[in-house]
Design a protein around this ligand. Structure first.
Ligand SMILES: [Cu+2]
Length: 140
């Protein structure tokens, strides 16, 4: 936890403070069972601006890496694929939710449980960044 806090403090100074027209709602990380290798996170991205915005990268001090995935049913089977970027059209919202887009991360050595909070840093094509706090929760 101390390391996590330090990482957050170190990141704080390096972040661009450019205005981002994206608002994030309902950010949460699905609690994974003990021994699980991967975890998933979900959130809703709302573009309140006049221009389309593209999400190009996500990082988190709590995870070694964060991948953007999309789940879809292919021939009756759930499949996941990597997504390079995610467009959020002006005035629209895009939901990262179970069965669709999601963030996928290798589970950290210290298990995250319900109530823990982690940060994600969203990076957009215009180089603006947005910090998002997500709470770990059990799947609804
Ligand atoms: Cu995935």
């Amino acid at each position: 936890m101390k390391q996590l806090l330090l990482a957050i403090l170190l990141c704080w100074n390096t972040l661009a403070l450019a205005e981002v027209d994206v608002q994030v709602d309902h950010a949460w990380v699905r609690e994974a069972p003990p021994g699980a290798r991967m975890m998933a996170a979900y959130m809703t991205l709302i573009n309140r601006g006049e221009e389309d915005i593209t999400l190009v990268d996500v990082n988190s001090p709590a995870f070694r890496m964060v991948m953007l995935h999309k789940s879809a049913m292919v021939d009756g089977m759930a499949r996941m694929s990597h997504v390079d970027k995610l467009d959020i059209p002006a005035g629209a919202s895009v939901a990262l939710e179970p069965g669709s887009y999601h963030l996928m991360m290798p589970a950290p050595d210290t298990r995250l449980v319900s109530g823990d909070k982690v940060e994600f840093i969203l990076e957009f094509a215009d180089e603006s960044q947005l910090r998002v706090e997500a709470e770990v929760r059990k799947a609804p």
